[in-house]
Design a protein around this ligand. Structure first.
Ligand code: AMP
Length: 288
């Protein structure tokens, strides 16, 4: 595995990988890697000739009072994990390589960016869309892999890719990978390491309460009542607040007052101590 930190090095390395028409997959991350990230890498390896992974803690997707400085960083351990998974190229730009002095452009995706985490974290998805568009332009991958763990992010990226012709029409080159969970059901996240042992135990109540809510909704219970009960259950389990608990159309992320024929998703963001956790699960007979 080659590690590159400048655009010039990246371009040279990519030219070498592309020889003979090899297909390149991109796996963007912010590092502090866990099995969730490595699952994306494995999927990418299975579908492409070379995997390019990026590690960049993107300052533009953190709000002024968020955890940018505290965000876990473990570059040597991350590189070793990626190398062991057969990644060909690791792209780890510093902030000045990604956003040189005078950087003035922001990409904003209307609609899917606006509710849920977009409402709770103003500017977050503009930061995500801007950096992901840059990564696409820098690497020019044939396909890119993202986790359903960040379901709204995946919807934002799919919309941007369609609107800005990042991928060929009718080719699903943005590939979503189901959420990888700990044995007790908690979605893996780099932020789980902020949790104290007591908080870590309590956090498993989130996916449990979500599964109960889904059973209620699928069983015909009134959605608004189920969501209120879900919020109360999360707080009773030891969370300090719930940013949102919503049933949404799985494609548009528009809120749903009732389950219809289209694929739906239950999405939650809640805080335990200072740590904000998100999770989402499919809802409905098709469970898509
Ligand atoms: P991050 O480093 O948190 O920005 O995540 C990088 C990529 O890994 C994103 O596409 C995430 O959605 C994905 N990811 C993070 N956690 C998980 C997980 N538990 N299961 C599947 N994908 C994940």
């Amino acid at each position: 595995m080659q590690t590159v930190t400048s655009l010039d090095m990246l371009r040279t390395a990519l030219a070498g990988l592309r020889a003979d028409g090899a297909r390149i997959a991109l796996v963007p991350t912010m590092g502090a890697l866990h099995e969730g990230h490595l699952t994306l890498v494995r999927r990418a390896r299975a579908e492409a000739d070379h995997v390019v992974a990026s590690i960049f803690v993107n300052p533009r997707q953190f709000g002024p009072n968020e955890d940018l400085d505290a965000y876990p960083r473990q570059p040597a351990a991350d590189a070793a994990m990626l190398e062991a998974e057969g990644v060909s190229l690791l792209w780890t730009p510093g902030p000045e390589a990604m956003y040189p002095a005078g950087f003035a452009t922001t990409v904003s995706v209307a609609g899917v960016s606006e509710g849920l985490c977009g409402a709770a974290r103003p500017g977050h998805f503009d930061g995500v869309a801007t950096v992901v568009l840059k990564l696409f332009n820098q690497v020019a991958p044939d396909m890119a892999f993202f986790g359903e763990k960040d379901f709204q992010q995946l919807a934002v990226i799919r919309t941007m890719a369609r609107d800005l012709d990042l991928t060929r029409p009718h080719v699903d080159a943005i590939i979503g990978v189901p959420t990888v969970r700990e044995a007790d059901g908690l979605a893996m996240s780099s932020r789980n390491r902020y949790l104290s042992p007591g908080q870590r135990t309590a956090a498993a109540a989130l996916p449990r309460a979500m599964r109960e809510a889904i059973a209620g909704i699928e069983g015909g219970a009134q959605v608004a009542g189920v969501l209120l009960q879900l919020e109360a259950g999360i707080i009773a389990a030891g969370f300090s607040s719930v940013d949102y608990a919503a049933l949404a159309d799985a494609r548009s992320l528009a809120p749903l007052a009732a389950l219809g024929p289209e694929p739906a998703r239950l999405l939650v963001a809640a805080r335990i101590g200072d740590t904000r956790l998100i999770d989402n699960m499919p809802v409905g007979p098709a469970r898509r």
